[in-house]
Design a protein around this ligand. Structure first.
Ligand SMILES: [Zn+2]
Length: 196
């Protein structure tokens, strides 16, 4: 049994211990590695909540995470995920030539048309291309992703009801019957107000 005096002593000691701990929390992201880790956590939070880049940047501002660190962390995420976004520029003179990111020329080799606006470095025609091959290869290495792809086979269903796209005759006609081993992946595109 502790005497009242001892309990009081212990309580004071605990409060004293809390102070440096609090200080440590405030100085959490001091190294670049910690800041990169924090930004990656913020991106995960964004995936869960769907918050905008502007909101995320405001949070990062409050934690004093510099923009160069955010860019560096984004590059790391892209590398790890295999995701790519390529900007392509088209020739508006002949519509027969496309500049890839590695091509630094500013004139079209077919018609000598301009790549950029004469007064700025803004391309006259831009398109974004998202190749998914590398991303799929990375995703297929994850067991959790492969398990998700087996959902069509593993899910419970009732032949009397159509409760999922997998139950539709068109899907079954295109995809065939699912199996316990991954043999196919079907990619669906959703277009809203745009020409395919
Ligand atoms: Zn051209």
């Amino acid at each position: 049994m502790q005497r009242p005096g001892e309990m009081k002593k212990r309580k004071i000691k605990t409060e004293n211990e809390r102070s440096p701990k609090k200080k440590k929390t405030q100085q959490k992201f001091t190294t670049d590695v910690q800041k990169i880790g924090a930004w990656i956590q913020f991106r995960l939070m964004q995936r869960e909540t769907g918050c905008s880049n502007s909101s995320l940047n405001k949070i990062a501002d409050s934690f004093v995470i510099p923009m160069r660190i955010r860019r560096k962390a984004d590059v790391l995420i892209l590398k790890k995920s295999g995701a790519k976004a390529l900007e392509l520029n088209g020739c508006i003179g002949c519509h027969k030539f496309v500049w890839t990111p590695s091509n630094k020329s500013t004139r079209c080799p077919k018609c000598n048309g301009r790549r950029y606006h004469p007064d700025s470095k803004t391309p006259l025609e831009r398109a974004f291309y998202f190749p998914i091959g590398a991303q799929l290869r990375k995703l297929l290495k994850l067991k959790s992703f492969r398990d998700l792809l087996l959902h069509e086979y593993k899910r419970t269903c009732n032949s009397k009801f159509m409760s999922d796209v997998f139950d539709s005759p068109v899907w079954q006609q295109i995809a065939g019957l699912p199996s316990s081993v991954l043999t196919r992946i079907l990619l669906a595109t959703l277009l809203c107000g745009r020409n395919p």
